[in-house]
Design a protein around this ligand. Structure first.
Ligand code: HPA
Ligand code: ZN
Length: 338
């Protein structure tokens, strides 16, 4: 089963590029940018990655991002992630970036997006990995600051497929961003939002009705409300689930108790994603392996998770056909009815 999981073609839809910053690269960037880190060694940094909840993670995550200064830094960060995608058989990825984490430190929006975008283009050319870019608003900041960020993105609309909403969910519900999401939609952008990670099922309902989202990031708290689960199944509203993240941030007390396969079996369009792999103990293959060891899925269920991600992605019908045929080819050689 492990070989099957490693070789399975994968599609990632929930990855914060700043959350893929490994401590080794963080130290390299700190040295070349003359930044002092609160850690002496890579090991000390890794040892500090122990979290009680979302906020305790976010504090350390924003701190790590302080080493990202130049366009080259954003390029190197993204390129390192793409090499991990290649190793994990990720064939398509839709990644988040948090411009406000950087513009608040005086880094130009253009520096951030140029570095990330050029790495993505090179990844397509040299690694054959296709990608899309989603800009997130930090929900602990104001509506006004989100509008300013959207304005900064205007010259780059051809490089951004949509907007998202991340950071502290509790206390910052989706309705706070209804107007800026309406504006984004009017500019031709898709919308997604983190909801039902730590927050209530109500945040999922409101992200759908007020923010018009095409998918829900996390969404695992939907089980608080059976009517919501039924609605998500009926509409095939995708959930970008992040198994290792949920364990590290104590959304579930153990992987054995994770609800991803239950939701899959109820007909929901659930997908597997790595969220912030440098902080949560692994990339796509690690997430698939962890849930496989704990929940013992069939090969059919594992393939369905990628099938769902293709359905949930923002690619064209033609690109989806291509990815699905890669998955069919894989199934032909590695599938059986176990
Ligand atoms: N939740 C909310 N905000 C985030 C996350 C997350 O899992 N990762 C990075 N920013
Ligand atoms: Zn996330």
């Amino acid at each position: 089963m492990e070989v099957f999981v490693r070789r399975l073609p994968k599609v990632e839809l929930h990855l914060h590029i700043e959350g893929s910053l490994e401590p080794e690269l963080m130290f390299e960037m700190a040295a070349r940018n003359n930044i002092t880190l609160p850690y002496q060694t890579v090991q000390e940094a890794r040892d500090a990655y122990q979290f009680d909840d979302l906020q305790s993670f976010l504090d350390i995550y924003y701190q790590g991002a302080n080493v990202l200064i130049t366009e080259r830094d954003f390029f190197d960060l993204t390129w390192a992630y793409l090499l991990r995608c290649k190793a994990d058989n990720v064939i398509h990825t839709e990644i988040f970036f948090d411009p406000q984490t950087h513009t608040a430190r005086g880094i130009a929006f253009d520096t951030v997006i140029n570095g990330i975008y050029h790495a993505l283009r090179q990844g397509e050319k040299e690694l054959g990995i296709t990608s899309k870019l989603i800009m997130c608003f930090l929900r602990h900041l104001s509506e006004e600051e989100a509008f300013e960020t959207l304005a900064q993105a205007e010259p780059h609309l051809n490089r951004i497929v949509g907007v998202g909403l991340d950071s502290s969910e509790v206390g910052h519900p989706p309705e706070k961003f209804q107007r800026v999401f309406t504006k984004a939609l009017s500019m031709g952008l898709k919308t997604v939002a983190h909801a039902g990670e730590e927050g209530p099922a109500e945040n999922i309902w409101n992200s759908i009705s007020l923010l018009n989202v095409s998918r829900i990031d996390h969404g695992v708290q939907c089980t608080q409300d059976p009517a919501l689960v039924a609605e998500l199944a009926k509409n095939r509203m995708p959930l970008t689930v992040c198994p290792l993240s949920n364990i590290k941030l104590r959304v579930f007390d153990s992987m054995e108790n994770h609800n991803i396969l239950k939701l899959l079996d109820q007909g929901l369009c659930v997908t597997v994603n790595s969220d912030d792999p440098a902080f949560f103990g692994g990339y796509m293959t690690d997430n698939f392996l962890a849930l496989t060891r704990a929940l013992n899925p069939s090969k059919k269920q594992l393939v369905m998770l990628t099938r769902n991600a293709i359905e949930a992605s923002f690619i064209s019908d033609e690109e989806a056909l291509n990815l699905n045929s890669q998955l069919d080819e894989f199934w032909l050689h590695h599938g059986d009815d176990s």
